[in-house]
Write a protein of this length. Structure first.
Lengths: 547, 304
C-alpha cells in the first residue's frame, strides 16, 4: 500500500493565500487602495492568470493594479487573455511580472505584441479562436487566479454584469469550481442588484474600482462613411447570396461592407420582395446600423456576444428581439454567442486584409500580429453539424450519398485596401510572420477550405462550386481586379466560369451599378439612426456630429 | 489628455525662427555654451549653430507648453529631435541637453568633410531597397538603407557615388522618386560608429531620469519606459536607422487622442495621416503655443 495521497492541495493553497490577506478583507470586500497588496498576496509567481479583456469591456482597474505589483514578489505569470487591448497588458511582460501569453485577439496592441515576440520579451503559447481559449480553461489551462469586471455588486458579493456580461461567466466558472481565486473589480456597490448574473458563492474577493471599467463602442459604424462601392457589393451579396441560398441566420463582421447590407435590407431588400423571407435570426452585437432593419420588421431575434455603448435604452424597449432579463436590461454572453456562431448559423459574412491566390485569408500583416477575434469560430464549417437548413443544404455536393451541407462563409473585400495595397496576394504576410514569431502554424484567419464565397466590387466567386484548386484559383482571379492575382485572369476562362455559375458579375445577378447610390441606404448618418430608433439610441459623443 | 509629442530633426529650419524664443532662455544657452546664436541663413550652414538652434526652439516650446499645464504621454524625436523628446518626458535635464547637442554637432561636423551624404527612395518597400543596396555596397563604396520614415519611404546613407548607383537601380525598379538629399553626412548608418562611440562617452556622465511616460526609440522603433534604452537612443541614434514608421505604428497602440508637432517644419504630414487618420493635430510651426493650448483644452472638454 502506498501512502494516502492528499487530494485537496489546491483547496489548501487557496485557503492559505486567502488567509494571508485576511487582515485586508472585510468579508469578501477589499479597499480600492489595497488592490496592489491583495494581488501580491493572492497571485503566486508562475500562476496561470486570466485577466478579463474582451474586445469591448476591460478589467482596467485590475490590469493597472497588476502592472503595479512588485516583480520581485510576483513574476513569470502565465497570462490567458482573450484580448490584449491595453498597454499595461504588455507592460507586465516588460517588467517581468509575466512571461507567457495565450490569447485570441491583439488588434489594439498588434504592433507591440509583434515587437515583443521578436525581442523575446513575450513568449506566446498559442493564438486561439475564442472558443478554443475558453475550452482550454477547463482542460489544460485551468487558472489559479482570475481577474474580472462587474458593473454592480451587492453587499453579499453577487454580481450584475448586465449588457456587457461578455466572457465573465465562463472565466469565473473555470476558477470557482477548481479552487482558483476569483477577484472582481466593481464599478459600484449597491444594496439591491437589478438581477444576479453571477452568484456570490463563486466569488472570493471584490475590490471597488477607482473608475468604471473601460468600455469601447467597437461595433458602431457611422453610415456617413459607407461608400457607393460598398453599396454595390452589398446589393450583389443580397441578390447573389442571401436570396439565392435562402439564408435565415447570420453573423456580420464589424466592417462597413456589412453595415451597408444592414442598411440595404429595408430598401433594396424590400424592392426585391425579400422581407419575411431572409435573415430573421442574428447572432451579432447590437450594432446601431441594424436599427432600421429591426424597426421595419426584418429581424426577429438577436443574440449578442456583448453590449454596445448607446444601445441600452433601445434594447430594453425591444425585448421581443434582444435577450433581456426580467429587470429589463440586456444580457450578453460571448462564449454562448461563439457556440451559436459556429454551430447554429447559416452564414458568416466578414472582411479581411489579405486573401491569397488559394483563398486563405488573414488580418495578420507584416509587423502586426493581430489575432482574429470572432471570425475563425464563425468563419469555419463545423463539420460535425447535424441539423439541416435550406441554406446549409444548398451547398451540398450532389455526387456523394453520405454528403452533407456546409456553412456559408463569405469574405467581402474591395480588391485594394484603404492603404492602397492589393488585398489579393500570392502569399500572405502571415507566412513570414509565422517565421518571425516562431509560431507552429501560419496565423490564417479563415482557411480556403472553409471559404465558400468571396465578394468584391467586380463580382462574386462561388468557391464551393469549384472542383479543383486550379478552378478555385481561376474563380478568385476573375474577381480580383487589377491586383497581381487578378491580372492573371484569362477572359475565356472567366466566360466559362460565368456560364457555369461559378463567377457572377453584377449584370449576371440583375444588379444595376447605377442604382448603387447612397440614397439607397435606409439611414445615411447617425442622426437618421437616432430617428429610426424613435430617440431611444443614444450615440457616444465621438459619433455625434450634431448637437 | 493622452497626447503624442513629435520633435523633428534638421530640415525645416529658417532664419529668424528663434525670434519667439524666451530671451532669458536664449541668453542662458548662449552663455552656457559660449556660443552666439546667429539665427540667419548663413548661420544655419554651420552644423553647431543649426543643431543648437533647433534644440533651443524645441526646448522653448516644451517649456511654454508645460508652463500652460500641458504634458505629453508619448514622445517621439526624429534624429536630433530625440534630445527635446527626452527632455519633454522628464528624462534629460535642460542644460545637459544643450551641452550634448553642441558636442554631437561638433563630432558630426568633423566626421565626413566631403563625398558622403544621404538619399531617399519612395515607392519601394524596405526589403526591395535593401536588396538594391546589397548589390552596390562594398567597403570601398559603402551605402546603407537608413531611415524608414513611411512604409514606402526609405533613406540611403553612404558614399555619394554609391548612393547615385542605388538611386539609378531604384528608378529602374519602378521607384516613384529616388534622389540625393542635401545632407552632408551619412547619418544613421554604421559609418557614424566613431561619432556614436564618442557621444556615448559624453552621455555616460549625464544623469538620466526614468521617463514620465512613453519614449519611442529611433534605433529600434520601440516604446520604452526605462532609462537604458533612452540612453542608447541619445548616444547611438546616429549609428542606426531612424525607424520612424515603426515608432508611429507602436504609438497607435497607445491610442493617443492628439498629436503636437513641434518646430521646425512639418515633415511627417504624410505618415501621420496614414497612421492616425483625422486625429486632432497641432502644428507649432504654424500657431503659437497659447493657441495650441487653447485648442487642446477645448478638445479635452469635448467641445468641438
Amino acid at each position: 500500500m502506498s501512502e494516502e495521497r492528499d487530494w485537496t492541495t489546491h483547496r489548501q493553497a487557496k485557503a492559505a493565500k486567502l488567509s494571508a490577506v485576511s487582515n485586508k478583507l472585510s468579508g469578501k470586500f477589499a479597499k480600492t487602495s489595497d488592490a496592489k497588496i491583495i494581488l501580491e498576496g493572492l497571485i503566486a509567481s508562475g500562476d496561470k492568470v486570466v485577466l478579463e479583456g474582451d474586445n469591448q469591456k476591460q478589467a482596467s482597474f485590475l490590469s493597472k493594479a497588476l502592472a503595479s505589483v512588485d516583480p520581485g514578489k510576483v513574476h513569470d505569470l502565465h497570462m490567458i487573455m482573450s484580448s490584449i487591448s491595453r498597454p499595461e497588458h504588455l507592460d507586465i511582460f516588460e517588467d517581468g511580472i509575466a512571461s507567457k501569453m495565450d490569447f485570441s485577439f491583439a488588434g489594439p496592441q498588434s504592433t507591440r505584441v509583434s515587437q515583443m515576440i521578436a525581442d523575446g520579451t513575450l513568449q506566446v503559447g498559442d493564438i486561439h479562436t475564442y472558443l478554443e481559449l475558453y475550452a482550454r480553461l477547463f482542460v489544460d489551462l485551468i487558472p489559479n487566479v482570475v481577474l474580472v469586471a462587474a458593473d454592480k455588486v451587492d453587499k453579499d458579493g453577487n454580481l450584475y454584469t448586465g449588457y456587457n456580461t461578455e466572457e465573465t461567466p465562463v472565466i469565473v466558472e473555470a476558477a470557482a469550481f477548481h479552487d482558483g481565486i476569483v477577484i472582481v473589480q466593481a464599478n459600484e456597490v449597491v444594496d439591491k442588484l437589478p438581477r444576479v448574473d453571477i452568484p456570490a458563492d463563486w466569488i472570493d474577493v471584490i475590490i471597488p474600482a477607482d473608475e468604471p471599467y473601460q468600455l469601447e463602442p467597437l461595433f458602431t459604424r457611422d453610415p456617413q462613411n459607407i461608400t457607393e462601392l460598398q453599396i454595390l457589393m452589398g446589393m450583389m451579396a443580397i441578390r447573389g447570396i442571401y436570396e439565392k441560398h435562402n439564408v435565415q441566420s447570420v453573423n456580420h463582421g464589424v466592417g462597413f461592407n456589412t453595415a451597408a447590407i444592414e442598411l440595404l435590407l429595408p430598401t433594396y431588400g424590400q424592392q426585391l420582395g425579400l422581407k419575411g423571407k431572409i435573415v430573421p435570426n442574428w447572432e451579432v452585437n447590437p450594432t446601431p446600423t441594424l436599427i432600421p432593419a429591426i424597426e421595419s420588421g426584418w429581424v426577429q431575434s438577436i443574440h449578442s456576444f456583448g453590449g454596445e455603448v448607446g444601445m441600452e435604452q433601445y434594447i430594453a424597449a425591444r425585448p421581443d428581439v434582444f435577450f433581456v432579463g426580467k429587470d429589463g436590461t440586456m444580457r450578453s454572453n460571448r462564449a454562448f454567442g461563439q457556440v451559436a456562431g459556429q454551430y447554429a448559423l447559416d452564414m458568416f459574412v466578414g472582411s479581411t486584409l489579405q486573401i491569397d491566390q488559394y483563398g486563405n485569408s488573414s488580418t495578420v500583416t507584416n509587423g502586426r500580429l493581430s489575432g482574429f477575434g470572432g471570425a475563425p469560430n464563425m468563419g469555419s464549417n463545423p463539420s460535425g453539424r447535424r441539423h439541416s437548413t435550406p441554406a446549409w443544404q444548398s451547398l451540398r455536393a450532389d455526387d456523394d450519398p453520405l454528403g452533407k451541407g456546409q456553412k456559408l462563409v463569405v469574405q467581402m473585400v474591395e480588391t485594394f485596401g484603404s492603404n492602397k495595397r492589393p488585398v489579393f496576394v500570392d502569399s500572405l504576410d502571415a507566412v513570414e510572420v509565422r517565421k518571425e514569431a516562431k509560431l507552429q502554424n501560419v496565423p490564417i484567419m479563415i482557411y480556403s477550405e472553409d471559404t465558400t464565397h468571396i465578394v468584391t466590387e467586380e463580382g462574386i466567386a462561388y468557391l464551393y462550386k469549384t472542383d479543383s484548386m486550379a478552378e478555385r484559383q481561376a474563380a478568385i482571379e476573375a474577381i480580383a481586379g487589377v491586383t497581381p492575382v487578378g491580372l492573371r485572369s484569362n477572359p475565356a476562362v472567366v466566360k466559362d466560369l460565368r456560364e457555369r455559375g461559378i463567377v457572377a458579375f453584377p449584370e449576371d445577378l440583375g444588379v444595376h451599378r447605377n442604382q448603387a447610390t447612397r440614397s439607397l441606404l435606409a439611414a445615411r448618418n447617425m442622426e437618421d439612426l437616432v430617428n429610426w430608433s424613435k430617440g431611444l439610441y443614444n450615440p457616444p459623443a465621438k459619433f455625434r456630429s450634431w448637437s | 489628455m493622452n497626447s503624442l509629442w513629435i520633435f523633428p530633426g534638421q530640415g525645416g529650419q529658417s532664419a529668424g525662427m528663434l525670434k519667439p524664443v524666451d530671451a532669458a532662455l536664449r541668453q542662458h544657452v548662449e552663455h552656457l555654451l559660449n556660443l552666439k546664436l546667429l539665427d540667419s541663413d548663413e548661420g544655419y550652414r554651420d552644423s553647431v549653430q543649426l543643431q543648437v538652434s533647433i534644440a533651443l526652439q524645441q526646448v522653448a516650446q516644451v517649456n511654454a507648453m508645460q508652463a500652460a499645464g500641458r504634458k505629453p504621454h508619448l514622445v517621439a524625436g526624429h534624429s536630433l529631435g530625440v534630445f527635446a523628446a527626452a527632455y519633454a518626458i522628464g528624462s534629460l535635464q535642460q542644460d545637459d541637453l544643450f551641452r550634448v547637442v553642441k558636442r554631437r554637432a561638433e563630432l558630426m561636423q568633423g566626421a565626413y568633410p566631403d563625398g558622403y551624404g544621404m538619399g531617399v527612395i519612395v515607392g519601394l518597400t524596405r526589403a526591395e531597397v535593401e536588396a538594391l543596396v546589397a548589390q552596390v555596397n562594398d567597403p570601398a563604396h559603402p551605402v546603407f538603407a537608413s531611415n524608414q520614415n513611411a512604409e514606402d519611404q526609405t533613406a540611403l546613407s553612404g558614399e555619394l557615388v554609391a548612393i547615385d548607383r542605388v538611386v539609378a537601380l531604384a528608378k529602374q525598379a519602378g521607384a516613384v522618386l529616388a534622389r540625393r538629399l542635401k545632407v552632408p553626412v551619412p547619418s544613421h548608418s554604421p559609418l557614424m560608429a566613431e561619432v556614436g562611440t564618442r557621444l556615448a562617452a559624453v552621455l555616460a556622465d549625464v544623469t538620466l531620469a526614468k521617463p514620465n511616460g512613453i519614449y519611442l526609440t529611433n534605433y529600434s522603433g520601440r516604446a520604452v519606459r526605462q532609462v537604458p534604452p533612452v540612453r542608447e537612443d541619445l548616444s547611438n541614434n546616429l549609428v542606426h536607422p531612424v525607424y520612424f514608421e515603426a515608432m508611429m505604428s507602436v504609438a497607435c497602440d497607445y491610442a493617443p487622442d492628439s498629436i503636437v508637432n513641434f518646430s521646425p517644419g512639418r515633415p511627417f504630414r504624410k505618415v501621420l495621416g496614414q497612421k492616425f487618420g483625422d486625429l486632432h493635430q497641432i502644428n507649432l510651426d504654424q500657431m503659437s503655443v497659447s493657441d495650441a493650448v487653447f485648442l487642446l483644452n477645448k478638445w479635452e472638454r469635448g467641445t468641438y
